[in-house]
Design a protein around this ligand. Structure first.
Ligand SMILES: [Fe+2]
Ligand SMILES: [Fe+2]
Length: 268
């Protein structure tokens, strides 16, 4: 029988450097932010959402690039376990993308917010009650500390916004980290400046935010950003992925066929 991370002390979890202590600390912060989200509206809600995104996306990104590969290596059913949380992370990405297109008061927004908090809660429970106690049973205290330092490093440079198109696994997510992180963090600064900004500067800030969002969506569509993905990750949300790699290869092959035919005709 395993003991949930929620019911263990810092020392039992491997000390202050341990990845389990860092995870638990972030999960507690998330639960406080979700409490604030439930009672907020307008600009206050927008500010809480930015705080949630800045906490959740780098946190999950670092899990996907540092922790889940280790889980897959050390646990016989690591593949199955990590796939489940990758699906939850993917759904969070899709819900936040949907939310960004829904103005306050628009139909469906409350449902999306409810589902978002529900999936985030499920994700925390799966990790604290099932995944992390299993990891804890397989690796040493020292390894938990090394993983903690690595996870923290990646978390600090990871993207801070939803990127539902990017792979939830290496190498795609690793390649995406730097460009998306720079664009996201600029967008965070612009969106924060927008809250309470004077009317004269609001249009320019809105434009800057849209340009940064468009730039990051263009970057995430590069086929390399999808490499390593398990295709079933996004089918769960009811939307099979668009096969960019296949489409590009198909287009390249068609171009070669046309070029060869034209050159044969010219010679003939
Ligand atoms: Fe977590
Ligand atoms: Fe997670």
């Amino acid at each position: 029988m395993y003991t949930s991370v929620a019911d263990q002390t810092t020392d039992q979890l491997g000390g202050p450097l341990s990845v389990l202590v860092r995870q638990k600390r972030d999960h507690v912060r998330l639960s406080a932010l979700m409490e604030r989200l439930r009672g907020s509206t307008g600009e206050e809600q927008a500010a809480v959402l930015i705080d949630i995104y800045r906490l959740v996306f780098p946190h999950a990104f670092a899990e996907e690039s540092v922790l889940w590969p280790v889980m897959r290596r050390v646990l016989p059913d690591g593949e199955e376990l990590t796939l489940q949380v990758e699906r939850e992370h993917q759904e969070v990405n899709e819900l936040v993308t949907k939310l960004e297109g829904l103005e306050e008061g628009s139909p469906g927004r409350a449902d999306v917010l409810d589902r978002l908090t529900e999936v985030l809660d499920d994700d925390v429970r799966d990790e604290e009650d099932a995944l992390f106690p299993r990891l804890q049973a397989r690796v040493s205290r020292r390894e938990l500390q090394v993983l903690g330092v690595l996870w923290e490093l990646v978390r600090r440079i990871a993207p801070t916004r939803a990127h539902p198109v990017v792979a939830r696994r290496p190498p795609g997510n690793v390649v995406a980290a730097l460009p998306l992180s720079v664009l996201d963090r600029c967008r965070d600064a612009v969106d924060r400046a927008l809250l309470g900004a004077p009317d004269t500067t609001t249009p320019a800030l809105h434009r800057a935010s849209s340009v940064l969002a468009a730039a990051s969506h263009a970057v995430e569509l590069l086929p390399v950003m999808r490499s390593g993905e398990d295709p079933s990750t996004r089918v769960v949300a009811g939307k099979p992925p668009f096969p960019w790699g296949t489409a590009l290869l198909g287009a390249a092959a068609a171009g070669v066929v046309v070029a060869v035919r034209q050159s044969v005709r010219r010679r003939g």
